[in-house]
Design a protein around this ligand. Structure first.
Ligand SMILES: *[C@@H]1O[C@H](CO)[C@@H](O)[C@H](O)[C@H]1NC(C)=O
Ligand SMILES: *[C@@H]1O[C@H](CO)[C@@H](O)[C@H](O)[C@H]1NC(C)=O
Ligand SMILES: *[C@@H]1O[C@H](CO)[C@@H](O)[C@H](O)[C@H]1NC(C)=O
Ligand SMILES: [Cu+2]
Length: 399
């Protein structure tokens, strides 16, 4: 695996003044999500009538992934406790492969670091992250006794309420922990994404966190891996201190929650437009990740850079912040809703190549391409098995 630390990894563009904000219509997205939910239910119930007892996914074992704020406090604690359990279990990755992978949680981070340049702006972006998030949910359940389902972060909600006031990031015991200690000031420089030779960088504001997370379940958490290509304030990119991106570098979890980034890139109308506007999978995944040079980082970049900090602002190491999986839950949910609007042509739609923005040039991805997870566990699977949330290994919907 090649580790290019250059900004080929970053999302580039210039942040131009945006058009007047449209008022987001959250209820429309909720209705579309409900339709997708009903559609899955109908498919499963008609199959059950035809072939009672057949198929591994049925209404009986169908899991329902919910928005963080709709879980009970007890359910939220059960989730964060299971994450902590995963962070205490020894890694499966041999230390000769990744000296910094110390826990089962880190197995996932190491895998993501290892594959970053072949799973973003690629044909497998959506299916890879769907399988990845699901395997993580499986690990929580199978290895840590978690009984619930993977929750998700509804960015539109936090764009509306503000991050500090939301159940997910309010820093309480029933949150995913909140902001980092207040280290950044008004004089802290922006972070700069980019550096691609032909495009100017995109500057994003920092908030007033930036330090170690000091309350909530993850206040004592240790981040073991990275940085690999961390976008830090002042336009600086921090690279691996030892040169090896998989080395051990223990440090606290840092966050810089930025409402402005959430509101600008992942508000209710961003989500609605992403679901309604793109008419093919290529346009959908580009709008979601942000078209380089457009000044838009999409809801995908929007969520990541809303979390900020270290490892949140590092494309490679971002799963080192446990909120990653709630972000990618919603990425997957939006794809699921988009697919449900025209299942015939969208269920198995795939576009793009096998390398980050086709750099270096590579062949188009296909439904037969294998997705492999090395030590994060889980068998290699062709993309075609990962296109529906109620087929192949999966059996879940979103509510
Ligand atoms: C990284 O990927 C290579 C194959 O591409 C694999 O052999 C190696 O085990 C992977 N390392 C980790 C940490 O997953
Ligand atoms: C909401 O998001 C869209 C696209 O993501 C953006 O154009 C618009 O300016 C955002 N609204 C606000 C209030 O920032
Ligand atoms: C790759 O896919 C694009 C459309 O997504 C298509 O135009 C192009 O011809 C394909 N290339 C090859 C070599 O098949
Ligand atoms: Cu990723």
């Amino acid at each position: 695996m090649r580790f290019s630390l250059l900004a080929t990894t970053a999302l580039v563009g210039s942040l131009t003044a945006s058009a007047a904000p449209t008022s987001g219509d959250d209820s429309t997205v909720a209705n579309l999500a409900k339709q997708a939910y009903d559609q899955a239910h109908e498919a499963l119930s008609s199959e059950q009538k035809r072939n009672p007892g057949e198929g591994s996914c049925s209404l009986k074992n169908l899991r329902v992934r919910r928005e963080w704020g709709s879980l009970s406090k007890k359910e939220r604690k059960a989730y964060t406790k299971a994450v902590q359990c995963l962070q205490e279990k020894p890694a499966l990755t041999p230390s000769s492969v990744a000296p910094g992978a110390k826990s089962r949680f880190d197995d996932f981070v190491a895998t993501h670091i290892n594959q970053t340049l072949t799973i973003h702006y690629t044909a497998n972006f959506l299916s890879w992250h769907r399988y990845y998030t699901w395997l993580y949910e499986e690990a929580l359940r199978e290895e840590c006794g978690y009984k619930g389902d993977q929750p998700y972060w509804d960015w539109a909600k936090t764009a509306h309420t503000g991050l500090a006031a939301s159940p997910i990031f309010d820093g309480s015991e029933t949150s995913m922990s909140g902001n980092g200690a207040s280290v950044y000031t008004d004089d802290t420089g922006d972070i700069a994404l980019g550096g691609s030779p032909d495009l100017p960088p995109l500057y994003l504001p920092t908030g007033n966190g930036g330090g170690c997370v000091e309350s909530g379940p993850f206040k004592d958490m240790t981040v073991n891996l990275g940085p690999v290509a961390l976008s830090a304030p002042g336009g600086v990119t921090v690279t691996p201190p030892t040169g090896n991106p998989l080395d051990h570098n223990p440090r606290c979890l840092k966050r810089d929650l930025v409402d402005a980034v959430n509101q600008r890139f992942a508000n209710a109308s961003s989500v609605l437009s992403l679901i309604l506007k793109p008419q093919n999978i290529y346009d959908f995944q580009m709008q979601m990740q942000g078209i380089p040079g457009s000044g838009d980082i999409g809801v995908h970049g929007g969520g990541h850079y809303t979390l900020g900090g270290d490892p949140g602002n590092d494309v490679y190491v971002s799963p080192g912040d446990p909120a990653f999986y709630l972000h990618h839950g919603n990425i997957d949910r939006v794809w699921w809703i988009w697919q449900s609007l025209s299942p015939k042509d969208r269920q198995n739609a795939i576009a793009g190549t096998r390398t980050f923005l086709n750099n270096p040039p590579s062949a188009n991805g296909t439904l037969d391409d294998l997705i492999e997870f090395d030590y994060a566990a889980g068998p290699a699977r062709p993309i075609k098995d990962l296109m529906s949330t109620i087929r192949g290994p999966f059996c879940y919907v979103y509510l």
